[in-house]
Design a protein around this ligand. Structure first.
Ligand code: CA
Length: 465
């Protein structure tokens, strides 16, 4: 853990240094300079009669179904753009960030690549990302107003505020993190199905959960549980719906010691330790909760759009519902996004921008991705049609409700870096194990997180100089 952190900061420092040097020289080291043309405005290729061969690299990550889907779209892009060849660089989700940072340090940035919206400011300030605005404005095949504004705003930056100004990427997708339930299990138990529009209160959720946690084969051991939620991806819902958050409104103060926050965290831990509606720690080690959900042993589990292709093959019927709501009475969850951007050093900015737009904003590309059941449509009109189409899950509208109504950004993406936020999850285990109360733990943890947040604020200031 320590080693890894050290490595990342060394890389970050190297990036900062090399950028500073490039800035002083005022001369790009890109080979594109040899040719002169093609580095500024979108250039036309009509000069030469022979089709110039243009090689692009595209680096991305994803599950098996997602890989296949993106490979097909890239193939279609090549068919539609004679002369352009796209070399795909695939990595696992775990290795992606490290590999991308290394390629930036080594000045071998792929022409087109995924990036986390949390890195937008650093990548723009260091001159890594191509400004896509002129290409988006010129392309009459795409309509930026037909893409979820929430998604697009993640990749706008005016040098000061994210969400405004020029476009440095387009959303690969927006990822509403919804809540799902095993419909077959409810029907077997004779329990009314969860309401699509009215979330359970926390009490109601525990009541139903207790009824669904049982020993079904009479061997004296529980084999069916209500749930088993990953703290890193599910706690947000409980905290937010209880009217609390990790940060204050200015994103400069860590607020995890707020009583509304610790109440939510305590409730989350109590699901295992007090209400006993989840597998025990030992049971979850034998078979993790994702596997148990897949086998039909859990009543509730989160569902992202990227799960749809896999969940089609589940041995039971599932559907979506609103997350249980705390004291605000309103559901909450996060809405993620991953961006696709282009390198400012690409030899072929026009083609690189075209590929970004093809993958994120074209009707042809989007249709193929949606048909592969790996994401919800980026295009608003297509999404409405999609939600009304029969197919699992039935209540697809819940995904769109998260996008339109109750989804929020992960707190770690709102700041210059996420180290303060990641520390929370590194240190949380004693609360989950019931060894410390949420309130006691938060009192000790807040100053540690605040120190890292202060560092991030300081780094942001420096990067702008
Ligand atoms: Ca049993």
């Amino acid at each position: 853990m320590v080693r890894k952190k050290g490595l990342v900061s060394i890389l970050a420092l190297t990036v900062a240094l090399s950028t500073a040097l490039a800035g002083c020289g005022g001369k790009s080291d890109s080979k594109a300079d040899d040719k002169g043309a093609g580095t500024t405005a979108p250039a036309s290729t009509t000069k030469s009669e022979k089709v110039e061969k243009k090689d692009l690299t595209f680096m991305f990550r994803g599950g098996t179904d997602e890989q296949k889907a993106y490979e097909s779209v890239v193939k279609k892009f090549e068919d539609d753009h004679p002369g352009v060849k796209v070399k795909i660089i695939m990595t696992t989700a775990d290795q992606y960030a490290t590999k991308l940072k290394a390629s930036i340090t080594g000045k071998s940035v792929p022409d087109v690549f995924y990036y986390d919206p949390g890195d937008l400011r650093a990548y723009v300030n260091s001159g890594t990302l191509l400004d896509l605005t002129p290409y988006v404005e010129k392309n009459t095949n795409i309509d930026i107003n037909n893409i979820w504004p929430y998604g697009v705003n993640f990749y706008r930056y005016d040098g000061n505020v994210v969400g405004k100004g020029n476009i440095y990427g387009l959303p690969k997708d927006v990822g509403p993190f919804a809540f799902g339930y095993n419909k077959t299990m409810f029907e077997k138990a004779g329990i009314p199905l969860p309401d699509k529009d009215k979330p359970y209160t926390w009490e109601e959720f525990i009541d139903v959960s207790k009824k669904l946690t049982k020993d079904t084969n009479g061997d004296g051991k529980l084999d069916q549980f209500a749930t088993g939620l990953n703290v890193q991806w599910c706690l947000q819902s409980f905290v937010w719906s209880n009217g609390a958050d990790w940060l204050d409104a200015t994103n400069t103060k860590v607020t995890i010691d707020d009583p509304k926050f610790t109440e939510a965290l305590q409730y989350f831990a109590d699901m295992q330790n007090v209400y006993k509606i989840t597998p025990t720690i030992a049971e979850a080690q034998t078979l993790d909760t994702y596997q148990r959900w897949m086998k039909g042993e859990l009543a509730f589990f989160p569902v992202g759009p990227w799960d749809m292709s896999t969940y089609e093959k589940l041995p039971f019927d599932y559907d979506l519902m609103p997350f249980p709501a705390g004291s605000t009475g309103k559901s909450a969850t996060w809405l993620g996004s991953l961006g696709i951007g282009a390198s400012s050093k690409t030899k072929y900015p026009q083609e690189a921008a075209e590929l970004v737009m093809y993958l994120t904003a074209s009707k042809e590309g989007m249709k193929m991705l949606v048909d592969a059941h790996v994401q919800i449509p980026n295009l608003i009109d297509m999404a409405k049609e999609w939600a009304a189409t029969p197919g699992k899950p039935e209540n697809k509208q819940e995904f769109l409700d998260v996008v339109n109504d109750y989804g929020r950004a992960i707190p770690g993406t709102l700041t210059y870096n996420a180290e303060w936020y990641n520390l929370f999850f590194t240190d949380i285990q004693p609360v989950l194990d019931g060894k410390k109360t949420a309130a006691d733990w938060a009192k000790d943890e807040q100053p540690k997180m605040q120190k890292l947040l202060d560092n991030a604020l300081e780094q942001e200031k420096k990067s702008k100089k």
